[in-house]
Write a protein that binds this ligand. Structure first.
Ligand code: MN
Length: 344
């Protein structure tokens, strides 16, 4: 294989590889509302570690997304967080592997469950203030956590299987917006090429993940589009997902994927936002930037975070007040960036 792990992460890759190979009973987890990167990494690592003879289980803080279940080699490997089985596993495991986040609050109640375990973190987000300790492979230059998981398995010399390849491919596909974002680097395409060579099929994967969506997604989108506001002077655009249709249509977080890209993509927009009521009376805000504004820094002022161009936060409700507070700071962040001050 011609692929080479970037030198700056090779030592961390090796350390993580050794820790994973030494584990006999591991629990894998990822952030709240797992996405294709978190879920894909879990799928790949579970199959790979099990092929090395370890017992490996997936315990996520929120339910495993239905549209990603096909990635997991065996459905029984997913243990719902509230179950006795999940608790027993966390008590008897010798390792916890945290994927696609390194922040304690982002793994919700799983953090309490794995607190006593040795921990490995594999993540590509900028490190935050509530970082989980232990052995870590963190590299914000990686397009997806899947790229780092690839490096770990590559360092071990495989074994590769269709499930390992598919999980990594799904992780990279989804975190690069199907190879459209500027994290779709040379490295990203190299890793994609390697896993395609090992059995991942791009057209099939695209169809499984994006090729069909439940009707409720589009019914909800109709309401969201109705709320669309563009502020040309402030260079921001935003939409609100109303609570009633959200609840009535039975929409899930995975149905919302990509909807926030609509306000961001409106001509003349620097920052696009999506607001949604949560069941706890708070408001979830998603930020998307066209690049001039660091929305990771912006979300952090609301105790959230993410990436420079994509981030999120949960702010106190009610909706009207949340919108006003967030828009005010967003307008300021855009204005600062235009004045060359930046937000970080
Ligand atoms: Mn990711």
């Amino acid at each position: 294989m011609s692929y080479r792990t970037p030198a700056h992460r090779a030592a961390a890759v090796n350390e993580v590889k050794n820790a994973l190979l030494a584990s006999r009973r591991a629990v894998l987890t990822t952030h709240l509302n797992a996405d294709g990167d978190g879920g894909g990494c879990e799928a790949a690592l579970a199959s790979w570690m099990r092929s090395n003879g370890a017992e490996v289980w997936i315990v996520n803080p929120t339910s495993f997304p239905n549209n990603l279940r096909f990635l997991i080699e065996n459905d029984d490997w997913i243990l719902p967080v509230g179950t006795r089985k999940a608790r027993d596993l966390c008590d008897s495991a010798d390792l916890a592997v945290v994927l696609d986040t390194g922040e304690a609050p982002r793994i919700g109640r799983v953090h309490e469950m794995i607190r006593e375990l040795p921990t490995v973190v594999i993540d590509h987000h900028p490190i935050g203030e509530k970082a989980i300790g232990g052995i870590s492979l963190r590299d914000p230059s990686a397009c997806a956590t899947g790229e780092l998981v690839f490096d770990v398995i590559h360092a071990a010399g495989g074994p590769w299987s269709r499930h390992v390849a598919d999980g990594i491919y799904a992780a990279i596909l989804t975190d690069t917006g199907s190879f459209r974002f500027d994290n779709a680097t040379v490295m990203c395409h190299r890793v994609a090429a390697e896993v395609i060579a090992m059995g991942a099929e791009p057209a099939w994967m695209y169809e499984r993940i994006y090729g069909s969506a439940p009707l409720r997604r589009y019914q909800l989108l109709r309401y969201a589009l109705d709320s669309l506001v563009h502020e040309p002077d402030a260079k921001i655009s935003w939409m609100v997902i109303p609570k009633e249709p959200y609840d009535e249509l039975g929409v899930t977080a995975e149905d919302l994927e990509g909807i926030v890209d609509i306000p961001r993509s409106i001509e003349g927009t620097q920052v696009g936002l999506l607001f949604r009521d949560t069941s706890k009376g708070e408001v979830k805000v998603s930020f998307r930037s066209n690049g001039d504004v660091d929305v990771n820094a912006l979300a952090r002022t609301f105790d959230g975070g993410g990436h420079v161009k994509a981030s999120g936060a949960v702010v106190p409700g009610p909706m009207d007040r949340a919108i006003e507070a967030v828009l005010e700071r967003t307008r300021q962040a855009v204005a600062d960036s235009q004045n060359g001050q930046g937000t970080s």
